[in-house]
Ligand binder design. Structure first.
Ligand code: ADP
Ligand code: 5GP
Length: 282
């Protein structure tokens, strides 16, 4: 009975979104950013066919021209496929749906990676992958956790203006590659940058509409416990990070919102609506 009820609900959700697209009340980008599994599993062609003026035949032609498999589901579309669909369907309404730029900052050990890892599972968001000159930690993968670059390659990217922001931090360099941020925002995803304070300040200057969140620990002792608990740094490195954390805490008032990371779930419940709300001036 429960399974039947769920199946019926999924069918109704899929029918509702197709109707909304057909009536012009929604675009296929609303469906692409819908976190419900029933929508994520819809075939792209089904949605595309519902767009006014497209229909089944043109939908199939567009898919072929754009190299998208006819069986591709909404949840499996990559950024370049999304960009090309956006090009095909370019209408005013889509332009107004550019995703937000969200900065998540705060002292090391406060839980920033824990928070961004949770956001990675939410299709409304895309978490930027930074470049760094530091060595990978155990379990970190190139291209997933970071792009691990040599200092020469990093410098080259600075010279070419390929970073949205970059900073020196604890003896290494970290930077946000600009192009993917623009691409994901253009297809309506809210882009998350998990960066240190200096980078956050640069974003504040260059992107006036970005929303800056400072993640704060419940108290100092808890921050020390979290940094120690992770066990990934040597004692010297940890001492240096704690000294840095003290300076970082002082920057909290410069941010749009300060969120205390007591329990991750509660923090996410506050963060997600704030991060997805329309930005000023957009
Ligand atoms: P950051 O990315 O800010 O350096 P991490 O996400 O690596 O921090 O978190 C540091 C440690 O704190 C990890 O062991 C993580 O599991 C733990 N942690 C994160 N958030 C919480 C929380 N709300 N309560 C307890 N422990 C937490
Ligand atoms: P870690 O070495 O612990 O992964 O990161 C150290 C610090 O660098 C963290 O505060 C993290 O938020 C920050 N960081 C990671 N990527 C970037 C980036 O692209 N730009 C800036 N400015 N900081 C970053």
């Amino acid at each position: 009975m429960a399974a039947l009820a769920i199946a019926k609900e999924s069918r109704q959700a899929r029918a509702a979104i197709k109707n909304a697209i057909a009536n012009g009340e929604a675009t296929i980008f609303d469906a692409i950013n819908d976190p419900r599994e029933s929508i994520r599993r819809m075939r792209v062609i089904e949605l595309l066919s519902a767009v006014p003026g497209v229909g089944k035949v043109r939908a199939a032609m567009i898919m072929e021209r754009r190299n998208i498999s006819p069986t591709r589901r909404i949840g499996g579309l990559g950024v370049h496929q999304l960009m090309s669909l956006r090009g095909e369907l370019a209408v005013g309404k889509i332009d107004s749906q550019r995703g937000n730029l969200i900065v998540i900052s705060g002292p090391g050990g406060v839980g920033k990676s824990t928070i961004t890892n949770a956001l990675r599972k939410d299709p409304r968001f895309w978490v930027s992958v930074s470049a760094t000159t530091r060595e990978p930690r155990a379990g970190e993968k190139d291209g997933v956790d970071y792009y691990f670059y040599t200092p020469e390659r990093f410098q080259n990217m600075i010279d070419e203006g390929e970073f949205l922001e970059w900073a020196d931090f604890a003896g290494n360099r970290y930077g946000t590659p600009r192009a993917p941020v623009e691409e994901w925002r253009a297809v309506g995803k809210h882009v998350i940058l998990e960066i240190e304070i200096d980078g956050a300040r640069q974003v504040r200057k260059s992107e006036g509409s970005a929303k800056l969140f400072f993640i704060s620990p419940p108290d100092w002792d808890e921050l020390v416990r979290r940094l120690t608990g992770r066990g990934t740094d040597s004692p010297e490195r940890r001492a240096a990070r704690l000294a840095l954390a003290e300076q970082e805490m002082a920057a909290a008032p410069e941010f749009d919102e300060i969120l205390v990371n007591d329990q991750v779930d509660l923090l996410l419940a506050r963060l997600i609506p704030l991060a997805s709300a329309p930005l000023k001036g957009q």
